[in-house]
Design a protein around this ligand. Structure first.
Ligand SMILES: Cc1cc2nc3c(=O)[nH]c(=O)nc-3n(C[C@H](O)[C@H](O)[C@H](O)COP(=O)(O)O)c2cc1C
Ligand SMILES: Nc1ncnc2c1ncn2[C@@H]1O[C@H](COP(=O)(O)OP(=O)(O)OP(=O)(O)O)[C@@H](O)[C@H]1O
Length: 315
């Protein structure tokens, strides 16, 4: 896959099928669009996802939202899907002030040679979001592309959106989050050394320090699986600042049920299945240990009951 922050100039004769948007989370609605793009691409078109390097809302100071996926995670997943070209356009002043028609003409037509544009019913673009689906259709004849408008994918009678997923994530509803995403919410990072107090209470853990740009469910304990070097380990994970020992950064710390290997330096992907409890400050490490043993039992029981199947990124 070509991944670029500069809108590429396609060669003559090379035509494309493009979808556009923020694509935070690459949720089931996004997947529906991408699926269609890949289908159309089979007729000999370059498949293109056009997105921004930062969310326009964040850039315009209208939000300080953290994202469901980091840009790296998003790019990796898009590559796995088999898309040919990912454009992560910098949201510069020039782009911000671009009129919708100029955006179509200069980026989609002149540079990317759009033959087909695939978007959801509510897609908006251009300066002050003045461009919409109707406008894309109105310009289609003039610029020689077709438009495909995709009905919004729904869950429990509400349109799936990254906003909907953030709301559920904030409530710790990991089961619903997975339903909306179409895969299990995850974070990735290198396993680093903690203070190594865990092992002194008989509970060794793997620590990762995730990107500060990524949004997490509430601080607390979750039933998880960790994928490390291709092996899958069941476990329980604390997300938070460990108030008992007062950490000053947000950590993701996992007790792997059946693993005593040395894992420092390896990459771990932690998948969040179920919220168990909020993070608490304990009076002593002994009291914390008592609670951890209970969490451990709850986590094992969850898997014994057959929950916690990994949902693959479906397409
Ligand atoms: C499943 C799990 C649950 C935890 N829950 C809490 C908690 O509620 N409160 C807290 O202060 N620390 C919690 N911790 C973090 C512990 O304080 C931490 O494991 C211990 O201090 C060792 O930290 P270290 O790995 O940095 O040495 C939890 C850790 C795990 C693995
Ligand atoms: N549920 C959905 N079903 C089908 N298409 C969707 C769905 N949600 C978004 N899209 C389309 O995917 C593209 C990218 O959407 P975008 O990521 O900008 O919005 P979103 O997921 O609705 O998030 P937000 O809540 O931040 O607006 C757009 O063309 C949009 O119309």
């Amino acid at each position: 896959m070509i991944s670029t922050t500069v809108v590429p100039q396609f060669e003559e004769g090379q035509k494309s099928v493009i979808t556009l948007g923020k694509f935070d989370g690459l949720h089931r609605g996004h997947q529906k669009l991408i699926h269609r793009v890949l289908e159309i691409g089979k007729d000999g078109y370059q498949t293109v996802i056009f997105t921004f390097d930062v969310s326009p809302l964040v850039k315009l100071g209208k939000s300080n939202l953290k994202s469901l996926l980091t840009n790296e995670e998003r790019a990796e997943m898009i590559e796995e899907l088999g898309v040919d070209c990912l454009v992560e356009c910098p949201f510069t002043d020039e782009v911000i002030h671009m009129e919708a028609e100029d955006f179509i003409k200069e980026f989609l037509v002149n540079r990317l040679h759009a033959a087909c544009i695939v978007v959801g019913t509510d897609f908006r673009f251009g300066h002050e979001r003045r461009g919409d689906v109707r406008m894309l259709e109105d310009m289609a004849g003039k610029y020689g592309y077709t438009v495909e408008i995709i009905e919004k994918e729904r869950y429990e009678n509400r349109e799936i959106s990254s906003t909907y997923i953030r709301e559920e994530l904030e409530k710790g509803n990991m089961e619903t989050v997975s339903q909306l995403l179409g895969y299990t919410f995850f974070t990735k990072g290198e396993i680093v050394r903690g203070r190594q107090l865990g092992r002194t209470i008989g509970i060794p853990t793997t620590n990762i320090i995730p990107s500060t740009k990524k949004k997490f469910p509430p601080n607390g304990v979750y039933v998880t699986k960790s994928i490390i070097d291709g092996s899958v380990y069941q476990g329980i994970t604390n997300v938070g600042y460990k108030p008992t020992v007062k950490e000053n950064f947000l950590g993701v710390e996992t007790y792997l049920f059946d693993c005593d290997a040395d894992l420092y330096g390896k990459e771990s992907e932690v998948l969040f299945f179920h919220f168990l409890r909020h993070e608490k400050k304990f009076g002593s490490m002994e009291l914390l240990k008592e609670q951890l043993l209970k969490d451990n039992e709850m986590g094992r029981e969850y898997f014994r009951l057959g929950y916690g199947q990994i949902k693959n990124f479906i397409l």
